[in-house]
Design a binder for this molecule. Structure first.
Ligand SMILES: CC(C)(COP(=O)(O)OP(=O)(O)OC[C@H]1O[C@@H](n2cnc3c(N)ncnc32)[C@H](O)[C@@H]1OP(=O)(O)O)[C@@H](O)C(=O)NCCC(=O)NCCS
Length: 152
């Protein structure tokens, strides 16, 4: 793998990456306001990001957006970002990390392989919370699965 670094982005957010993971710009603006965006820079070029939002009351962090540029997918960068989010959350004193995605998607399986466990399924979350159908891999998403990893 080439040289990469992960650092916080505080302005000029990578909109096309963010929109690839979440087509609702209003939702993105809302969580960018409260959360922190971290970018993975490959030889100086931003190729992936995640947004981490804290729920201080629950001592839990949530990865609310995760995206890798199409031409850099399937090379392990998302796994690197998930591990970065887990490490950062632990260092900051959070007890668990949450993430949500389409039920039965490859993303769900990937998060489970990172140690996340299903804690809830929200029926018809996508049609109920988005103005237009949310399509992933050619399939319309209906139910959302919420996963949680307890930090040891
Ligand atoms: C989901 C996403 C972030 C994965 O990024 P990535 O860098 O390609 O993922 P990785 O290379 O780290 O792969 C992680 C695991 O997922 C699997 N995976 C990745 N893409 C896959 C695909 N299209 N189909 C099936 N499995 C896939 C990989 O095989 C890997 O598992 P393995 O380590 O057991 O082989 C990327 O596809 C993306 O940005 N998609 C659009 C936005 C999105 O869906 N974000 C998540 C919203 S919940």
């Amino acid at each position: 793998m080439n040289e990469y670094e992960i650092r916080e982005i505080t302005r000029n957010y990578p909109l096309s990456l963010l929109l690839d993971a979440d087509p609702d710009i209003k939702k993105i603006e809302k969580y960018l306001n409260k959360g922190r965006c971290f970018g993975l820079f490959l030889n100086g070029t931003l190729i992936a990001e995640y947004v981490l939002k804290a729920n201080k009351k629950e001592k839990s962090a949530e990865i609310v957006n995760l995206s890798v540029a199409e031409e850099h997918r399937r090379k392990g960068y998302a796994r690197i970002l998930i591990n970065d989010a887990l490490k950062r959350s632990k260092e900051e004193g959070f007890k668990s990390v949450r993430i949500a995605t389409g039920k039965d998607s490859f993303q769900q399986i990937f998060y489970q392989s990172c140690g996340f466990e299903i804690c809830a399924v929200e029926k018809d979350y996508f049609p109920n919370n988005y103005d237009a159908p949310v399509i992933d891999g050619g399939i319309e998403l209906k139910d959302r699965v919420c996963l949680k990893k307890v930090l040891e």
